[in-house]
Design a protein around this ligand. Structure first.
Ligand code: AMP
Length: 475
């Protein structure tokens, strides 16, 4: 299918053409026509497969026609869980709306209110917002939703989970019942269905990922680690690899992210930290430096796990495993975007064995064990990982040794067949040719991706604090 078959207005097609996209991605191919027909949607596809355009293009199509209603409030509202993501979506609106007259803006926490008050006082077409700050403006009566036509929840599973659902429902209740609602997500939990039902009318489903949550274009490796020092030594080794052009290193705490970024800088690496305790200005600067290639290593907490689209991230390194299995999927999705390939390397100590088990269950496959010659772990990963994960003795040789545990370890608990990936149906050629940035569809996946657990970890607090700063009960 070509973009011209999507029946988008000529200025939108022109902008898409300028981006160099030769064909819609599967999620765009399926979601855009349904969205243009006016249906409510629950759309899921793996990270980095063009979801943003899949909702921004139909949003712009609406804006290409004049509103039938009087007023100056936004006609489209996109809600995102993080400020970085909101900025990115705003950028996408500008990119794809380049040849249209679109007035758009972002309403985010962590930045002064003044500019946002000015934005809301002017006629505006599209607002991209994080919920906390938007509710602040709502409560002070500055937002006019009377002509809102379209509400989009990006990273919808996150927007509907405990941290955000109340805020999202409050915002949705302030918009006209006649609105169209689109939910886009990479990971979907059936427990969200009830809440989705409240927000959506007769939704249609678009499921590109099927139940396969990770892309085969991302090579996933696991290194067993004895200690923090061992992790650091392995990290230093990996950083010597010239093929590692740009990497995000995920750490579980803000303090450690700062410390690691400092250590790496002292060792002569171009490294920056990114976490929720930094000012918004500093967060934006770190991302911009990464985007411009001035920084090779971004040491981040899960604030960078979702949605962040930086071209050319060759590696994601999980210095610590995420507590939540689905965060693993989001983290590694920072590489292998837009049809590119990527490498995701995770370190796991025995203390993280349970997290590893949850992750492997969630993605439906064991992570491939690797060892670095000379840096072999002294102890095998604790058996409670349940993943057949003895790592120490085998695979070492010259360079990185690899052991592909095609089968689950003898005597260890196997995941149910439904949890195991059927590689035969998960084609590695999900994307079209990387060079022409085109996608091919017709893929089918078979895998069960059960959500591991509700998040109660620090990452959640971080997200919440972003949008629920101190100004009001929401902010
Ligand atoms: P997203 O999943 O929306 O973050 O998009 C991931 C990347 O894919 C972004 O860098 C987009 O610019 C790129 N992209 C989106 N749609 C297409 C397309 N149809 N063809 C090629 N690249 C695309």
């Amino acid at each position: 299918m070509s973009f011209s078959q999507l029946n988008l207005a000529a200025p939108i097609l022109k902008a898409v053409e300028l981006c160099g996209y030769s064909a819609p991605t599967p999620i765009q191919e399926q979601a855009v026509p349904k969205a243009l027909e006016g249906h409510d949607l629950i759309a899921s596809a793996q990270t980095g497969t063009g979801k943003t355009a899949a909702f921004v293009l139909p949003a712009l199509q609406r804006i290409s026609r004049p509103s039938t209603l009087k007023g100056k409030g936004p006609r489209v509202l996109v809600l995102t869980p993080t400020r970085e993501l909101a900025n990115q979506v705003s950028e996408a609106v500008r990119t794809y709306g380049k040849f249209l007259r679109v007035r758009s803006g972002a309403i985010l926490g962590g930045v002064p209110y003044f500019e946002q008050q000015r934005l809301l006082a002017l006629p505006v077409d599209i607002i991209v917002a994080t919920p906390g700050r938007l509710i602040d403006h709502l409560e002070s009566g500055r937002v006019d939703f009377s002509r809102l036509e379209l509400l989009v929840l990006d990273e919808a599973d996150r927007m509907l989970d405990m941290g955000f659902s109340e805020a999202v429902q409050t915002i949705a209740a302030a918009t006209p019942a006649s609105r169209q609602t689109l939910l886009f997500t990479a990971t979907w939990d059936r427990s969200m269905d009830a809440l989705a039902k409240k927000l959506l009318k007769d939704p249609q489903r678009v499921e590109i990922a099927g139940r396969k949550t990770t892309l085969d274009t991302i090579e996933q490796r696991l290194h067993a680690a004895d200690s923090m020092q061992h992790k650091s030594r392995m990290l230093n080794h990996l950083l010597e690899d010239k093929a590692l052009t740009r990497a995000i290193i995920f750490s579980s705490t803000k303090r450690h992210a700062d410390q690691l970024a400092r250590e790496l800088t002292e060792q002569g690496h171009a490294a920056e930290a990114l976490h929720g305790d930094m000012t918004q200005g500093a967060r934006n600067r770190a991302i911009t430096k990464m985007k411009r290639g001035n920084v090779r290593l971004l040491v981040a907490t899960d604030v960078a796990a979702r949605g962040l689209d930086v071209t050319g991230i060759s590696h994601v390194i999980n210095y610590d495993l995420p507590k939540n299995a689905e965060d693993y999927v989001h983290r590694i999705g920072r590489t292998g975007r837009a049809g590119a390939t990527g490498i995701a390397i995770s370190f796991a100590s025995s203390r993280e064995a349970d997290q590893l088990t949850r992750i492997e269950r969630y993605i439906g496959q064991p992570l491939t064990r690797h060892v670095i010659a000379g840096l072999e772990p002294r102890y095998p990963l604790a058996a409670r990982s349940g993943s057949g994960a003895g790592t120490g003795s085998r695979g070492a040789g010259t360079g990185s040794g690899t052991r592909r545990p095609g089968s689950w370890g003898a005597g260890q608990k196997q995941p149910s067949p439904a949890l195991r990936v059927r590689r035969d149906s998960a084609s590695p050629k999900f994307f079209g040719d990387r060079s022409d940035r085109s996608w091919s569809s017709n893929e089918s996946y078979s895998q069960d991706g059960k959500r591991g657990m509700r998040r109660k970890d620090g990452a959640s607090d971080e997200f919440r604090r972003d949008s629920y700063a101190k100004k009001s009960r929401w902010a």
